[in-house]
Design a protein around this ligand. Structure first.
Ligand code: GDP
Length: 376
């Protein structure tokens, strides 16, 4: 994307709950097919624009192989009772097809844009499969041109939001700094730039505008089945949007996978030469785009992955579990996932000196298995 490169600079101060990602894309690129696979729910997937009128929400687990291993560690050998596994989740919101002119109210226009505004990140589904039976709104399959169409609509919508705010605050002497920031943003948008790629903006100050092009983007290229194992093609697509994270999926394959029992789904993936499903990769890429990471808690009742911003401290991580934990934070007992697994139990890890006691300033690492000590 060259100068349109998207860099995720938006980092929520505090992250709670499931990250919310808007699925957008031109009509007929495979959004509904992909979303159906996501939720195994039946959203109308049809070969015409605006098939999906109402936004639909699907909450999916972030795949994490560590959880099953930890659960095995904490399974009671006598009773065979295993802890409950609670993965981190991503919430996908399927928003209806974006068309050229959406920022001016074409298609579903403003209603559509309002749904994206509420999300933490934007996943653009981009058509990269050939199929003469499936019409393309612009009569040609061209991933880069499609991305530019969508970006242009988002830029135009941001421009309107910035102008509206400017009109309100321009004459207010107390808002001089905001006005300057808005003017800067306006100039960038006017030049066709996504605000996320600008490093000179005070994103904190602009946050309340919920601008689209300040949100992290992740791209899902919908390829044909054969395209899945086409390494040069995959690299070419990824390069179109780099450094933004992207995944290559085949929506039709994802639809089949979602209908199969787990062992048969693994078999199909193996036959296709894939290590994981496109949806698993997408959930992970979403986490990456939002600059989030997981940490783990484990015990005989429950093993669980929690989501926090990269760079969060131990008390902030405690706050992801419960605000009282953050307020009353004393210290965190931390063991690396690998160390815990190698030791075979928390007691053995402790005896081996692998359990650390960390204080308020400790910055969480993604492989931390944690127990918090706190006052209530
Ligand atoms: P949306 O408008 O973006 O939600 O697109 P849909 O998911 O409704 O898909 C539009 C049409 O494209 C449907 O007929 C799908 O069956 C078809 N389609 C979606 N994904 C693929 C794919 O990976 N390969 C092929 N050949 N067709 C697909």
């Amino acid at each position: 994307m060259g100068k349109h490169a998207v860099i995720a600079i938006f980092l929520p101060k505090r992250y709670s709950g499931s990250m919310k990602i808007a699925i957008v894309g031109l009509p007929n690129v495979g959004k509904s097919t992909l979303f159906n696979a996501l939720t195994r729910s039946q959203v109308l997937a049809a070969n015409y624009p605006f098939a999906t009128i109402e936004p639909n929400v699907g909450i999916v687990p972030v795949p994490d192989a560590r959880l099953a291993k930890l659960a095995a560690l904490y399974t009671d050998p006598g009773s065979g009772r295993a802890p409950k596994i609670v993965p981190a989740t991503v919430t996908f919101v399927d928003v209806a097809g974006l068309v050229r002119g959406a920022s001016e109210g074409q298609g579903l226009g403003n209603q559509f844009l309002a749904h994206i505004r509420e999300c933490d990140a934007v996943c653009q589904v981009v058509r990269a499969f050939d199929d003469d039976n499936v019409t393309h709104v612009d009569d040609r399959v061209n991933p880069l041109a499609d991305i530019q169409t969508i970006n242009t609509e988002l830029i135009l919508a941001d421009l309107q939001a910035v102008d509206r705010r400017l009109a309100k605050v321009r004459k207010d002497a107390a808002q001089r700094r905001l006005v300057a920031e808005l003017e800067k943003a306006r100039a960038a948008l006017d030049a066709g730039e996504l605000l996320g790629s600008r490093r000179d903006l005070d994103t904190e100050m602009l946050r309340e505008l919920q601008l689209f092009t300040l949100k992290p983007f992740v791209f899902a290229f919908n390829v044909s089945e054969a395209g899945l194992s086409d390494a040069p093609r995959r690299a070419e697509l990824a390069a179109l949007v780099s450094p933004a994270p992207s995944v290559v999926v085949c929506a039709k394959v994802e639809a089949s996978l979602s209908e199969l029992p787990p062992d048969e789904a693994s078999e199909l993936l193996r036959e296709l030469g894939q290590e994981e499903s496109g949806l698993d990769a997408l959930a992970r890429a979403g986490q990456q785009a939002l600059r989030l990471q997981s940490f783990l808690t484990a015990g005989p009742k429950e093993v669980r992955a929690w989501t926090i911003p990269i760079g969060a401290t131990a008390p902030q991580a405690a706050g992801a579990i419960h605000t009282d934990f953050e307020r009353g934070f004393i210290r965190a007992e931390v063991v690396g996932y690998g160390d815990l697994l190698a030791a075979g139990s928390l007691a053995a890890a402790r005896a081996g000196g692998k359990v650390r006691s960390e204080g308020r300033d400790y910055v969480m690492r993604p492989d931390d298995v944690v127990e918090f000590r706190f006052n209530v």
